[in-house]
Design a protein. Structure first.
Length: 478
């Protein structure tokens, strides 16, 4: 049995802004189910949704501040959750990282440095908790100082750092290092300094014993200038300790046979019931009820990374085709405005809901015929996996985790029943448009389309396999 401290800025269902939240809610649960002692450490935000009892654990003295530690549980799991309770830093409304205008909270460096320093106290068994981990598993830039600070200690646990999205690096002015009271030996170009600034993510990339990212293809991509954001040289230097492990999905939360959010449960043997969800989705969004027209779904942050600009650039041509499109998401205000204008002009074909709605997300996955993910880059992606589980054929760009999880519908893969979606290569509106046309041709052949759906629904995207890979990696460090 391993003792694992899992340090993260978010974890579903307590708080989630994206894929990291899903992973931090699912991987510790899978590790605990395999018999390991897992503690998830995250801040006690105002927006945190805890279930059950929250009890006081202890009080820590960190940088002359009294920080309370609270304990609750990860719902439906044996994993404990330890909360860093410091209201001056975390008692903000809404999003953990930005205000309602999308502007980063001005004290993000201090907030997440405190999370890191609490993690270090616990890792060194200085937290009055009589518990010391064998492994400290850190996630994204908000936890990057943990491996750096632990590297200065002689008797420390092993460290692993997971990159969920290298585009977010935690860069702050160099003067922030003094404010955070960081040791001088870390403040050098081969340490936390990055082009004259302080980089949180470099703490993980330089000092962790092992680095992982969330798909094998993304692990290769981030070692190139196109995806490395200036860190590709460092990642190539550390490639011997860099591994891509594909994320899994929560098979209980995303199960078309038991999903409480959808109009009609179904499975691979009862695919004929899926159209009931399509009708429910059309009705929910005010689209004409039409069983024969292909309905495409999209659930996404509305930012360029997700390829929403590619969709907008070819929307005039897309809307000339016999299809409907349902979009759920929020992000760049300019992109939101353009989408809303298109929806206002084409209400019979395009429905757009701004924000995030968990019930609607499930209904889109169950009710759409095909799911669009035209991402410019995608470290792993989860919706293409949810889509396959729901018999909703994913249409994706050939990048990152999308490349690792979707098999293109080509003559050979269709013949041997391994095709699970439609894949296009170039991040260009024309390439996306051609892929949609290819989807329409396949959709017009019901037997072929059902083969695609059936192959997709047979795929195993459970966390068990990924959790075993993480355990093997932990073992290799220990």
């Amino acid at each position: 049995m391993h003792k694992i401290l899992f340090v993260t800025p978010e974890a579903q269902p307590l708080i989630k802004t994206g894929g990291l939240g899903d992973v931090a809610g699912s991987l510790p649960k899978a590790l605990a189910a395999l018999g390991h002692d897992v503690k998830v450490l995250l801040p006690r935000y105002q927006a945190l949704k805890t279930q059950g009892e929250v009890r006081f654990l202890c009080s820590l003295r960190v940088d002359n501040r009294n920080v309370n530690m609270l304990e609750t549980r990860l719902p439906d799991s044996r994993a404990s959750v330890w909360l860093v309770d410091y209201p001056a830093y975390f008692n903000y409304p809404g999003n953990p990282y930005v205000d309602e205008r999308g502007t980063a909270w001005p004290d993000n460096a201090e907030r997440f440095a405190l999370l890191c320093k609490v993690a270090v106290e616990i890792a060194l068994n200085r937290g009055y908790l009589d518990w010391q981990p064998d492994i400290v598993h850190c996630n994204d830039w908000q936890t990057g100082l943990v491996p750096a600070l632990l590297a200065l200690e002689s008797r420390r646990p092993a460290t692993l750092f997971t990159i969920h999205n290298l585009a977010y690096q935690g860069l702050f002015p160099a003067s922030t290092a003094a404010l955070l009271k960081l040791p001088g030996q870390l403040l050098k170009p081969e340490g936390l300094e990055f082009h004259g600034r302080l980089s949180f993510i470099k703490g993980g990339l330089v000092y962790a014993d092992r680095i992982t990212t969330v798909s094998p293809t993304y692990a290769r991509e981030i070692q190139t200038p196109a995806f490395g954001y200036g860190l590709e040289g460092l990642l190539r230097h550390r490639q011997a300790v860099l591994t891509g492990i594909l994320n899994g999905i929560d098979l209980e939360q995303w199960n078309p046979d038991t999903d409480r959010f959808i109009a009609q449960p179904f499975n691979a043997a009862s695919l004929t019931k899926k159209p009931i969800n399509k009708a429910a989705l059309q009705a929910r969004l005010g689209l004409p009820l039409n069983a024969s027209i292909p309905l495409f779904g999209m659930i996404s942050r509305l930012v360029e990374q997700k390829g929403i600009d590619l969709v907008l650039d070819c929307l005039p041509q897309l809307l000339k085709l016999p299809l409907q499109l349902a979009v759920l998401g929020s992000g760049d205000k300019g992109l939101e405005r353009q989408l809303a204008e298109f929806a206002g002009a084409h209400p019979e074909q395009l429905a757009v809901v701004m924000g995030y709605d968990e019930a609607l997300a499930h209904l889109i996955e169950a009710g759409a015929d095909s799911f669009l993910m035209p991402s410019r880059f995608e470290p792993c992606g989860l919706n293409q996996m949810y889509s396959q589980r729901y018999g909703t054929v994913p249409l994706v760009r050939n990048t990152g985790g999308l490349a690792d999880t979707v098999a293109d519908a080509l003559p050979g893969t269709l013949a041997d029943n391994t095709a699970t979606g439609i894949v296009f290569n170039e991040a260009a509106p024309g390439a996306l448009l051609e892929a949609v046309k290819r989807a329409l041709i396949l959709y017009s052949q019901p037997d072929l389309w059902r083969k695609l759906q059936a192959s997709a629904m047979r795929k195993d995207f459970s966390w068990q396999h990924s959790a075993q890979q993480y355990l093997a990696l932990y073992q290799s460090i220990l």
